[in-house]
Design a protein around this ligand. Structure first.
Ligand SMILES: [Zn+2]
Length: 275
């Protein structure tokens, strides 16, 4: 049962239309899927790009966060760790396929080996920045420093790069068309990362890890009592319908997701807090 539902859903996802062009995966059936996003839109900016320039830095954005905060990749790529990188301290670089690089600085801990390949949203390290701590470099208090580097080697503002609206994920059109596509599942993965410990990529392609995190969330909040096995069946989807019912879905709680169930689910996912 679970497998049938999964396959049906994947077919619906395919029906929404995925085309690969220019190296970017885009969904034609809903808003364009993000290849990059701002994983830190929920954190306060404690140092702007201009603040950095004013203090003689080449630029960056500082986000206030507690030491040990998980740092998701702004985009997929290959990892290189630079321990004690001068004033930047422990620095992780993500080499993206399009020639751009992302750098996170002042880390307290690296989590991946050099050469590891990671998807957008995968956790690359833990934040740091406490004054005098190993890896903090010149940082005087807990925060993350983020900048990007373009293919010419010029440091650029990541918030300009990821685009308007703070650079979060786009809204899903599933709220209108009732068909869950790539953006719907990217937003679901981001929600599950924030609430339920999902650590995989924000790639909009739900697999066992996404579904297991969904089941954990539905267990904690929506009355799901089945196994956390990453293989959603009737009881998983019935709990998802209860979530949808709290967001305008008025159909039966029967574990068979239809367009109206997905619309209610999408209304929940389209809240700004999951951008
Ligand atoms: Zn900084």
């Amino acid at each position: 049962m679970g497998r049938d539902l999964t396959r049906r859903m994947l077919l619906r996802g395919t029906a929404a239309g995925l085309v690969v062009g220019g190296g970017l995966l885009r969904s034609t059936g809903s808003a364009a899927a993000a290849s990059f996003y701002n994983p830190f839109s929920g954190y306060q900016i404690t140092g702007t790009w201009q603040d950095h320039l004013n203090s003689g830095s080449l630029g960056g954005i500082d986000f206030g966060m507690n030491v040990g905060t998980q740092l998701p990749a702004a985009g997929g790529g290959t990892i290189r760790n630079i321990p004690e990188n001068g004033t930047g301290g422990h620095t992780v670089t993500i080499y993206h396929d399009n020639g751009y690089r992302t750098q996170y600085m002042h880390l307290s801990q690296f989590l991946l080996a050099d050469g590891a390949v990671i998807g957008m949203g995968g956790i690359v390290g833990l934040s740091g920045g406490e004054r005098g701590a190993p890896g903090s470099g010149s940082s005087t208090g807990p925060h993350l420093h983020w900048h990007m580097i373009d293919p010419n080697g010029t440091r650029i503002n990541p918030l300009d790069y990821v685009g308007g609206g703070g650079g979060g994920l786009p809204k899903t059109t599933t709220e209108q068309d009732g068909v869950p596509g790539t953006v719907f599942w990217q937003r679901a993965q981001n929600w599950l990362r924030i609430e339920s410990g999902y650590q995989g990529p924000i790639d909009g392609v739900p697999g066992t890890n996404t579904y297991a995190a969904l089941q954990r969330n539905l267990r904690d909040h929506w009355g799901y009592t089945g196994p956390i096995d990453g293989d959603p069946g009737t009881y998983t989807w019935a709990a998802a319908q209860r979530l949808a019912a709290a967001h305008g879905y008025t159909g039966p709680i029967d574990g068979a997701m239809g367009p109206n169930s997905w619309r209610g689910f999408a209304r929940f996912l389209n809240q700004d807090r999951w951008d």
